[in-house]
Design a protein around this ligand. Structure first.
Ligand SMILES: [Zn+2]
Length: 133
């Protein structure tokens, strides 16, 4: 995967600015005690991970889009594979998929959201040095 691509940061759990520091402390979304823990800033380039208070409220829109995508994917695949399945069972499967995929969707939503606002910068080392002057 191209390291300069935003998808690299999103899917590899990396800082949106330098694509090197970890974004979430744990790489495993199913490490349920720590799946949402983030350092205050990138350990490599110093990018703040919460640029302003309430920054991640906006990630709910992204999360909502993932929720709709999961709903449609489960609904369409069950109605194609098992056309006789009851609606209640299908709803149950949709809810189960939403619950099981919540940690993944939560983390991807935050990574997508911060990647909308923070651009990749090859020159992050220069900017770190400028801050120290
Ligand atoms: Zn960084």
């Amino acid at each position: 995967m191209n390291k300069e691509s935003k998808l690299y940061s999103i899917f590899k759990n990396k800082c949106p600015k330098c694509h090197e520091g970890q974004f979430f402390e744990s790489n495993n979304p199913y490490n349920l005690k720590n799946f949402s823990k983030m350092p205050d800033e990138c350990p490599v380039c110093g990018q703040k991970y919460e640029p302003e208070t309430g920054f991640y409220y906006g990630a709910m829109y992204v999360s909502y889009a993932f929720g709709v995508a999961i709903f449609v994917a489960v609904w369409v695949s069950t109605s194609l594979l098992f056309p006789d399945m009851s609606v209640y069972l299908t709803i149950g499967l949709v809810l189960a998929a939403l619950v099981l995929l919540f940690p993944v969707s939560f983390r991807l939503a935050r990574l997508v959201w911060i990647n909308i606002f923070v651009k990749y910068s090859k020159e992050y080392r220069n900017s770190v040095e400028q801050k120290q002057i």
